[in-house]
Design a protein around this ligand. Sequence first.
Ligand SMILES: [Zn+2]
Length: 382
Amino acid sequence: MSTIIAISLVLPAALEANTANGAVSQQLQQVIDQKEKVKKQQAQTSQQLSSVKQEKAATQQEADQLQQKLEATSAQLTALETNLSHLDDDLSKSKEQLTEADKRITSRSGQLKQMIESMYVNGPQSYLEVLMGSTTFNDFLDRVQDLVLLAGKQKELLAANIRDKQQIEQVEAQQEKDQEQQKALVTQEQNLKQQLAAQEVQKTVELATLNSQEQVLAEQSAEQEKELMQFAAQESKLIEESKKVTLTYQGGKLAWPFSRNYPITSPFGYRSDPFTGERAFHDGTDIGAPKGTDILAAEDGIVSVAQWYGGYGNCVIIDHGHGIMTLYGHMLNDSMVVKKGDTVKRGQKIGEVGMTGRATGYHLHFGVYLNYDAVDPMKYLK
Ligand SMILES: [Zn+2]
């Protein structure tokens, strides 16, 4: 048995009280009835606890998925933003190119204008002079042609510059469009990221709520378990009375519950639960022993529980008196050789090692209770 919170105590509906008579028998019946009531409550608590655990696991899964989505969205956003900054760079380069192209056009048209002005406005004389400076008629025609060619060349270059500019403008327009689209994508991704982050916060709140519910139920379950131990002790007390036996435990070492040494496979205290992996309290010492190994009573006492006991599987609880009780869990089916109300001697066989109940391998879950609280068994064995 690994956690106190996972125990669902299932006691048989009709507990026999063969050993008691008369008033004692009546008292015993009352104790049994009370125990039955708490047992039902405990079963309910266990059920609630397991549904909270399930809900928690589902919520955790949703939270993990959200986290993954959030990470993917963040990565996507980074990629989009990088792309956008490249587009911004491209666009500013285009704008520079456009400025350059404008400069070229301005300078080119300035030159052309100057030429035309020189030809027709300011300097007809100078051109006339060039023309008049011709020595022959052929020379005159050549000079006219040169001037016309020169003007034509300038015009052509200007037209090429304008085409250049138009091309750059087209590129720029496309880049602006791309930039707008990219901005829209970035905004969309940012919104998605925000939504996911908000959902994640909500899941975190839900998980915290479930965690506190779980804690409350676990405490409730532990409290009910303690009550059940108290009823079991009352029962054995009444049995003791009816049988006229006296419990002799006066303190000191308990006997090792086996005839030879076996390894401790899981100590008493907080540990990672072998089923859920969660941190959980382990209310006993697990001793790894082969299937069918004889389990021995740790001390003289009266058997107060010898039956299926929830997560403990086939289980024996012995009351030794003076507030000390021992619990032996996960016994092999049909291996129990004591029954409720039996008096047992220290070292007497009570059953055999199995893995019934909540167990992952063959071992004995050995619990020691002092005034109904689980205590570290090793402190009583050493
Ligand atoms: Zn255990």
